[in-house]
Design a protein around this ligand. Sequence first.
Ligand SMILES: [Zn+2]
Length: 296
Amino acid sequence: MPELPEVETIRLKLEPRLVGRTLDRVEIDDARLVRPFEPQTVAAELEGERVSALERRGKYLIVRFESGRALLIHLRMTGSLRHAEHGALHEDPHRRAVVRLDDGSDVAYRDVRRFGTWLLLGAGELGPYLATRLGEEPLERGFTAQRLAKRLEGRRAPVKAALLDQRTVAGLGNIYVDEALWRAGIHPLRPAGSLAPEEVARLTRGVKEALRAGIRRQGATLRDYSTPDGGRGRMQDRFRVYGRDGEPCQRCGTPIEKIRAGGRGTWYCPACQRLEGDAASRSSSRPSRSSRQSSV
Ligand SMILES: [Zn+2]
């Protein structure tokens, strides 16, 4: 499922195509996309709107209109957007909606599993809608170790589950949580509230670094995700732990293991990410930079 880096890649590619354009014709062919509203009603509401900005918050894509209204798109499992010049769109049985822009080009929405949603919000409705659903935006300056520590404080859930909760940090999913925890050297089953301040600081950096690495490689294409020009992401070739059980840890050489945490398949290095945390491993065998060099 697309996470922050995939949605941000889509945003970056679509922004120059969409901003300043008017939605000339809108076809919505799947009632699930806009329920409980009627597809024809939503399509008619969208026609004539002019795009003022394309933004992202967590995993939501936000199409802002000059009218003050906003279309909130969530891709869920398998949603994707494609931009095509006039007449260049080919047949696709999984297409759920097409927007014709006033330059003649099309933006098509495709969704195999059909869990994605389009929600048209009135002026002033967007802020309150997102505020109750999303926590800190991890790539903004406001996302600090202190802020993250507050969100984790007192929580007994595994840190993996706490990070999948969009109210802790917005935009993380199964892939980038595992990648961030490996970068931070934190075991996914550690109770969220048990992390020492130093560990939360490492986790804050780990989250930012894992997400930036994903954006640099235009996201990860595992199954359905593609960029709006039809390209593939390349992050799947650079995962440190995700999907790599049995392969050597890039830091210490120990085989990566797979467990379940937060209800999801979870990959981690049993040597770099100790369940006892820093306190127990400081005196024993936490891998150092020198042991990494000798073991790889
Ligand atoms: Zn390791």
